[in-house]
Design a binder for this molecule. Structure first.
Ligand SMILES: Nc1ncnc2c1ncn2[C@@H]1O[C@H](COP(=O)(O)OP(=O)(O)O)[C@@H](O)[C@H]1O
Ligand SMILES: [Mg+2]
Length: 628
């Protein structure tokens, strides 16, 4: 008997989804992926038609001087024209609805939409191509007309972006398996990028002509370029640039995956791909996976643990691995032992709770930070950055802290780009923890810390907005915003009232009442008002609107405004500018607002919404402070 070597297959492999329907994602994402794939099937058949019926004639024509002339003049135009028209006709819409052409060409049976072509599909595709060619010729209106259609250009690649363990690689494989298509994977991280690109081209050329075996109406291969962020790190070898250049030559469906969207090059890719964002699992999604595994393995897992996992596991992979450990050992892996802190608390504690010596403070800070598992380290760095000012011990000077923060950020990015996670996670977090432990203001009790508000970094909001924009969710709002921009001038005192209300946790109506107060104050002590405005980050333009509103006499106004602005600038210099994502509020006519206030008094509404208001009270900026 042969020697049997038994190796346990890890659960992440056992539970790899076999079809797109087993990958847990929203139906919109799934539709988008299916639509992308269908577009490629249509294109593949266009290629087949071209190869069989046009290629030879075109090649002959290209040898003639007439052909060369035509190609010089129009080939490029034709390619972009084709690309645009194809996208319109068969492309994957970002909202995930099915294009009409797909309904025409594919057998959509039952609920699960299929990728099998109808018997009439080839004829329809040919018809479309002829019509398109006719349209192009009528545009050029040249007497020199080619006897055949020139070569067609490819469709976009698919780009899957999201944190590790959320199913990007699985999606590519699931699609390939479900469709009976071979998948060729290039992992950018373990090869020299130049050679990766060369191989991709080779692979793509191999299939550009004819198909051997399989379903000839589907592309024979999907090319998967996993973790392109790794590739982009090696730009000195020109891998990424080369890739972008050859994107138009690759006549096979290409799937990219990437972990981060803040990489410049991933963003460049986003503009040329159908991009799908993978999120960390929602609780119900995590539960679905847990249920699947628990029932398949006939495990007995207490509800307490199911809920805990669903709530705190940062991704699907972690869930599977945790359940595997639980199955064999009866306990969850160690990372789940720490009590989980909210991000806000983790930041508060890491800054505030000191140990006996620096070393102990650092390891404490590190532990607090480490207990937050649902945030990328990079995001964590941003959170700390945004909130550091209010937690720092200013007597120690701030230069050292920001220096270390920059170092942590640098380390993380270097590590992440090279996929050296030891540097990215451990070292960067260590530097961050050191900075927090060394420069944080010592707190004696939790309640003191709780009073300090922890804000979300504005850049994260911006990234989120960008994501929504890419998914087409924000389109309408965006249009509205453009219209608002024209109205910015009409906003008047609104930005001031907005900010004042927000920072003092009162309603805008109340803020308007306190405006009278501000006017008095401005007359008596303009410097204090200037300082206040700077701290509220009131836009500069608003200040002159304010003085114009408040002081009718020109002489008085210009003097007061000057003094306010001086103090304003001085304070801003001290506290530094804030990169705020300004959301313009549409001007509402006074009347409309008055009515709204009558219906639901805003103060009451706010009180209902924010029962924790008292805790934040001390962190407020109120006028009282400025009188004190
Ligand atoms: N959305 C998902 N649905 C089901 N299983 C998933 C999902 N995401 C990840 N998994 C599981 O986690 C493992 C790792 O996922 P993977 O696709 O390699 O993640 P990524 O490529 O995003 O890092 C897979 O083997 C799979 O079993
Ligand atoms: Mg992967």
């Amino acid at each position: 008997m042969a020697y049997q070597y038994q190796k346990r297959v890890p659960w992440t492999e056992i539970f790899r989804p076999r079809s797109l329907y087993e990958v847990i994602m929203t139906s919109r994402m799934r539709n988008q992926i299916l639509n992308w794939w269908r577009a490629w099937i249509i294109l593949w058949n266009l290629f087949r038609i071209w190869n069989n019926e046009e290629r030879a004639k075109w090649m002959d024509f290209l040898k003639t001087s007439q052909g060369k002339e035509w190609a010089n003049k129009y080939l490029r135009k034709w390619k972009t024209f084709f690309q645009q028209e194809f996208e319109k006709w068969a492309g994957a819409p970002s909202r995930g609805e099915t294009p009409k052409s797909h309904t025409l060409l594919f057998q959509m049976s039952g609920k699960e939409t299929s990728t099998d072509l109808k018997p009439t599909a080839l004829r329809e595709i040919r018809k479309w191509l002829d019509k398109l060619w006719g349209k192009f010729l009528s545009q050029t209106a040249d007497e020199n007309v080619p006897p055949a259609i020139p070569p067609l250009s490819p469709y976009k690649p698919l780009l899957l972006v999201g944190p590790p363990g959320t199913g990007k690689t699985s999606t590519a494989y699931a699609l390939a398996w479900q469709e009976g298509v071979m998948i060729v994977e290039f992992n950018a991280s373990d090869r020299r990028s130049g050679s990766v690109v060369r191989e991709i081209v080779k692979e793509a050329l191999k299939s550009a002509g004819f198909v051997i075996g399989g379903d000839p109406s589907k592309p024979p291969r999907i090319i998967l370029l996993d973790e392109v962020d790794g590739l982009s790190a090696r730009d000195d070898r020109g891998g990424f640039a080369a890739l972008m250049r050859i994107l138009d030559e690759i006549k096979l469906p290409l799937i990219f995956t990437a972990n981060v969207i803040h990489d410049r090059k991933v963003r460049a890719l986003m503009t040329r791909c159908v991009t799908i964002f993978f999120d960390r699992p929602q609780e119900y999604q995590a539960k679905a996976l847990i249920k699947r595994i628990v029932s398949r393995m006939k495990m007995d897992v207490p509800d307490r643990i199911v809920n805990f996992l669903a709530k705190y596991a940062p991704d699907f992979r972690t869930i599977i691995e945790a359940l595997e450990v639980y199955y064999y050992s009866g306990v969850l892996p160690e990372i789940f032992h720490e009590e989980m802190l909210s991000l806000q608390d983790a930041i508060r504690y890491a800054f505030g709770f000191k140990g006996k010596n620096l070393e102990e403070s650092i390891s404490r800070a590190q532990r607090y930070l480490g207990s937050v598992t649902d945030v990328d380290p990079w995001e964590l760095i941003l959170w700390v950055w945004e909130n550091a000012y209010s937690f720092l011990d200013h007597s120690k000077g701030l230069f050292g802290f920001y220096n270390q923060l920059a170092l942590a950020d640098y380390l993380y990015k270097i590590g992440a780009r090279n996929m050296n996670w030891r540097i990215a996670y451990r070292d960067a977090m260590r530097v961050l923890a050191t900075a927090m432990a060394r420069y944080g203001r010592h707190a004696k009790n939790v309640w003191e810390l709780r009073k300090i508000k922890v804000n979300k970094p504005t850049i994260i909001e911006e990234l989120y907005r960008m994501k929504q924009l890419m998914e087409g969710q924000l389109e309408e709002e965006g249009e509205a915003e453009e219209a608002e921009e024209i109205n910015v001038k009409k906003l008047g005192l609104r930005p001031l009232l907005e900010r004042y209300a927000r920072y003092t946790h009162t309603s805008r109506k109340r803020a308007r009442r306190e405006l009278r107060f501000l006017i008095h104050l401005a007359r008596a002590k303009p410097e204090i008002v200037g300082e206040l405005f700077a701290k509220l980050y009131v836009p500069k333009e608003t200040i002159s609107i304010f003085t114009k509103y408040a002081f009718k006499s020109k002489k008085e106004r210009s003097e007061i405004e000057g003094r306010i602005l001086n103090a304003y600038e001085e304070t801003l210099n001290k506290i530094g500018p804030r990169a705020e994502f300004l959301k313009m509020i549409p001007p509402i006519s006074e009347k409309a607002e008055e009515k709204k206030v009558k219906e639901v008094p805003e103060e009451k509404k706010e009180a209902k919404k924010k029962p924790k208001k008292k805790e934040e009270e001390a962190g407020k900026v109120t006028l009282d402070k400025f009188f004190g």
